[in-house]
Design a protein. Structure first.
Length: 278
């Protein structure tokens, strides 16, 4: 019954957007956008608290959000960790232990609406604003991002080109925003009128069309060293997205896996990240 309910809810919203667009495409687009960006999971769970308590914590106010940051101090270079959609800093537990063994200084934070940070919505331009403030404060030489976090790193580097950053690692990161929108349309089954209205809303608000937002395009001007991980069987973010990014990123290496999934917490992955940072 619960599974059936979960399947029906998106269809109800899709039907509502189709009907609403007959009367006002702008209001419908705004509602569809915020429904897309609503964070429903990713808060800190009881079993995650003990691990996170070991860090030095500080709350930063960024763009009207209280952002929870974590600091594990070391004597080496600073590494910044950027988690993905409906996750939080705890997802880095395995890699973090490896980084501590190598004495890196580790900075992580919970995205708006995630972990212990405030908020209800998350979208890449907002995530990038928060990320940039963290970069300004800590000047990390190395930045590592999973999934949406990796996408945000690439976008943020395109618009800010941080001189302090030397190496970037992405893990299972999507590239093309239009694929995410098409999948959103497929799940909710709203019509092309709603999709076009969404595109117009995004252009008016952020200055780019859905089809223009592409990590494969943004990395063409990226001169940093890059390491990309992506599983060929990834069901969340298409493997070909990282292939396209790697093709356009001159100073990058793509490590393809098969059967490791989207999260990629495996020791071999983390060992390769450490080797790249060294």
């Amino acid at each position: 019954m619960k599974k059936l309910f979960i399947k029906i809810i998106p269809l109800v919203y899709g039907a509502y957007f189709n009907l609403s667009a007959i009367f006002s495409t702008k209001k419908t687009a705004e509602k569809a956008f915020y429904f897309f960006c609503t964070v429903r999971k990713g808060r800190v769970q009881e079993h995650q608290k003990e691990f996170l308590e070991n860090a030095k914590k500080e709350v930063l106010t960024i763009n009207k959000h209280n952002i929870q940051t974590y600091n594990w101090q070391g004597d080496g270079e600073t590494v910044l960790l950027v988690h993905g959609w409906e996750s939080n800093t705890f997802r880095w537990r395995n890699l973090l232990k490896k980084l501590q063994e190598e004495n890196y200084t580790i900075i992580a934070f919970d995205a708006p609406g995630h972990g212990n940070s405030t908020g209800k919505y998350l979208y890449v331009p907002l995530y990038a604003q928060v990320l940039q403030e963290i970069i300004n404060k800590y000047n990390p030489k190395n930045i590592i991002g999973h999934s949406l976090g990796g996408m945000t790193i690439i976008y943020n580097e395109y618009i800010n080109q941080n001189k302090s950053t030397e190496k970037i690692v992405t893990i299972g990161a999507p590239s093309e925003f239009h694929k995410l929108m098409r999948n959103y349309q497929k799940i909710l089954k709203f019509n092309t009128k709603v999709l076009h209205a969404l595109d117009g809303y995004i252009k008016d608000r952020f200055g780019f069309h859905v089809n223009d937002f592409s990590m494969a395009k943004y990395v063409q001007s990226n001169t940093k060293k890059g390491l990309l991980f992506h599983d060929k069987l990834d069901k969340i973010a298409p493997y070909e997205d990282s292939v396209s990014v790697h093709k356009n990123w001159k100073n990058s290496v793509l490590i393809s896996t098969e059967g490791l999934g989207h999260s990629m917490h495996q020791e071999d992955v983390n060992n390769k990240i450490i080797a790249f940072l060294k």
